[in-house]
Design a protein around this ligand. Structure first.
Ligand SMILES: Cc1cc2nc3c(=O)[nH]c(=O)nc-3n(C[C@H](O)[C@H](O)[C@H](O)COP(=O)(O)OP(=O)(O)OC[C@H]3O[C@@H](n4cnc5c(N)ncnc54)[C@H](O)[C@@H]3O)c2cc1C
Length: 416
């Protein structure tokens, strides 16, 4: 069923009783060509692009809970491509281009909103670093504008310009950055993959990976053994656990990151704003809630919940930037588990086991990567070799020394 204005009107006349489920709920088959472990954004996008770009439709996505229960439905929805280093700039820019056409491609409203991402700077040295990053972006064909204090004031007048602990001196703006409704991304990719024949199997946890003669042959699950020629791991915060089932030890730590939503208020902040003197980012949802977050909790965990010290830290950053929201009540808060690599850049690669592929290490920035990650991982699985765009995201780079130390604007794990 295609979604359109006509379909909406037709269904309105029939009391909205004829909408079909957006995806099927199939029983797992005994064998698939390709199994993707993890029904988050990256796993679902991989299945979609395997079917769409490579014609591989004998695919199952195995999700231990319900789709969208992981980080894809827990993040603060920010998308951008304002990275410093070439492997990341090219990859994230391709992702942003895919976001720009995604809703038409999927025939699904993901509320892609290119409202702009503004990174504030608070010192001369930080301005120089931001100018360098903006220049690198522009040299790579990515949009970037360096703003002074008055230009920032015009865009976001409610920031504290007069009495701030860390005075605002300007900002680096990427107008094409913005936000996307996060769980719609999971639903849109799931529907698109399902329509092309992919089986999305929820409540099916992978508990083992079977390997014979150095080659993957299938996975053990809570719903029985399933054979497969190729298996892709895309389980974000659980990457180390699932890779360990194949005897792999990953250069990844799992950490908790929290997100917060306030009560709905009138339009207040119409772009994404990030603090340069602390780790804090904020935007306002279409329902009026302020959506914001800050630092990781700072200890290793596999629990999807956080602790109070970070709540206090994030709130103090919020009020330091926008004193006017000090009496707004925050409504909801939750945590997600992130897979942190030690250079802040991801891994999309083969593994030493034939037929086993790995997509991991997204730190706290993998939502914006979802389309490109799925696109590149699908290419890597289908062809057996990485695409040019993910050829730097190698698993062995920590052994060979080819790290991509994205201090520019990635996750910066060495600070934690
Ligand atoms: C609070 C928070 C805020 C964030 N904000 C942003 C942001 O603003 N912008 C941005 O770009 N990124 C952000 N991120 C990071 C981003 O959300 C993640 O990097 C990204 O979503 C990870 O990829 P995913 O969607 O595939 O992960 P997930 O949605 O976590 O998918 C992995 C799936 O694997 C499943 N799984 C795990 N183990 C198994 C198993 N054994 N068998 C079967 N299934 C299994 C899980 O249940 C899960 O559904 C944020 C993350 C958090 C937690």
């Amino acid at each position: 069923m295609r979604y359109s204005l006509g379909a909406l009107i037709r269904n309105a006349f029939s009391g909205h009783t004829r909408w079909q489920p957006a995806w099927r709920d199939p029983e797992p088959k005994p064998q698939y060509d390709t199994i993707i472990i993890g029904g988050g954004g990256h796993g679902l996008a991989t299945a979609y692009y395997l079917a769409k770009e490579h014609g591989i439709t004998d695919v199952a996505v195995l999700e231990k809970s319900y789709i969208g229960s992981g980080n894809v439905g827990r993040n603060t929805t920010i998308i951008r491509s304002n990275y410093l280093l070439p492997p990341n700039t090219a990859f994230y820019e391709w992702s942003l281009k895919l976001w720009e056409g995604l809703e038409q491609d999927l025939n699904f409203n993901a509320m892609v909103s290119q409202r702009g991402v503004l990174n504030l700077y608070h010192s001369d040295a930080q301005r120089d670093a931001f100018a360098r990053r903006g220049n690198a972006m522009r040299l790579n064909g990515v949009d970037a504008e360096l703003l002074d204090r008055e230009q920032v004031r015009e865009l976001v007048p409610l920031l504290d310009f007069d009495n701030a602990r860390f005075p605002i001196k300007g900002g680096l703006l990427q107008r094409r950055g913005g936000t996307v409704r996060h769980d719609a991304v999971a639903w849109g990719f799931a529907r698109g993959a399902d329509q092309r024949g992919v089986d999305i199997i929820q409540n099916c946890e992978v508990t083992g990976i079977r390997i014979e003669n150095g080659k993957v042959v299938g996975v053990e699950t809570t719903r029985g053994y399933i054979r497969a020629k190729r298996v892709g791991i895309a389980v974000a915060g659980n990457s180390s656990r699932v890779a360990a089932m194949a005897g792999l030890r990953l250069p990844i730590e799992s950490h908790v990151l929290q997100a917060f939503v306030s009560e709905g208020i009138k339009p207040h902040i119409d772009m994404v704003v990030t603090f340069g003197a602390g780790h804090f980012y904020i935007s306002q949802s279409d329902k009026g809630g302020l959506v914001f977050g800050g630092d990781i909790d700072g200890y290793n965990s596999y629990a999807q919940r956080g602790n109070l010290p970070i709540v206090e830290d994030v709130m103090s950053c919020a009020v330091a930037l926008f004193p006017s929201i000090s009496r707004v009540r925050y409504l909801r808060q939750w945590g997600g588990i992130m897979d942190m690599t030690m250079d802040g850049s991801p891994i999309i690669d083969r593994t030493p086991i034939e037929g086993l592929f790995l997509n991991a290490g997204w730190c706290y920035g993998g939502f914006k990567a979802t389309p490109a990650s799925g696109w590149c991982f699908a290419h890597t699985i289908a062809t057996g070799t990485p695409h040019r765009l993910n050829s730097g995201f190698r698993l062995d780079r920590f052994a060979t020394g080819h790290v991509i130390d994205e201090g520019g604007k990635g996750a910066v794990p060495n600070l934690h």
